[in-house]
Design a protein around this ligand. Sequence first.
Ligand code: 6PG
Length: 240
Amino acid sequence: MQAFQLEVHETQSALVTRGIQLWQQAAAVAIAERGSFTVALAGGSTPKQLYSALATTAGLEWSRTMVFWGDERYVPHDHPDSNYLMARQTLLDHVPIPPENVYPWPTDAGDPATDSQRYRVSMSRIFPGEWPIFDLILLGIGGDGHTASLFPGSAALAVTDQWTAVGEKSGEPRLTLTFPVLNQGRQVIFFVAGEGKAAIMQEVLTTDPQYPSQQVHPQGSLLWLLDAPAAAQLPLKVGL
Ligand code: 6PG
C-alpha cells in the first residue's frame, strides 16, 4: 500500500479548519509556481461545511482558481442531487470566482457517455497535456468504499486510458474522473467525517486492497483527513 498521511481531528469543526489551511497552502504554492490553482471538488454531504467555511475565508485568489468536480450525478444542474448545485450554494455563489473558472460536468446531452467526453474536452482547455494534473483533488468515501463515482463492480474502475468515465450507482449513471486522473494529482485529500464512516475507514486503512478508494495512489501526496468519530475503529493510540 502506498505511503499515506493520516490526520485525525477531534471535531468536524477542527477538521474543516485544517481543510481550509490545506486548501490555502495548496493554492498559494500552485499560484506561485504555475499562476493558477486547479482543484477537483468532492460531492456528497461531507464537504458542505468545508465549502461554506471556504466561502468566508479571506485571501483566496478566486480569479486564479479553476474549479472542477471529481464526479457528478447525471441530473440537471438545478437538481437537488447535483454536486455542482451543492458547491454553488455552499461556496461558488458566495465568492468572486469568474464564471469561466468554473467547470461543471455537462449533464444535458441525454447520454452520459457523450457528456463524459464533453467534460474531457472542456478539461483539456486547462490541461493541455496527455493527462490532467490537478493541484488538489478532494475526495470522499462511501460506506462501500467507493470514491468519486468509482463504485465497486462498475466498469469505470477498469478505465485506464481515458480522463473521464461513466460510473453507475444502483443502476443510475454517474460521471466520474478515472483512477489515472486521480492518481496524477499533486495532492489528494480524502475528507471524511462522522461515525458512519468508522467501519469503512478501518477496512480501507488496515486491510488488503479490495475497495475502489484503495486504488487511489497519487503521484503526489495522499492525505486521509478524518474527524475522531470517523477514526474511531482505527487501531491508533491517538492522544486526542
Ligand atoms: C458523490 C461523491 C461521493 C461522496 C461519497 C461520500 O457524488 O456523492 O462524490 O464519492 O464523496 O459518496 O458522500 P457523503 O459525504 O455524502 O458521505
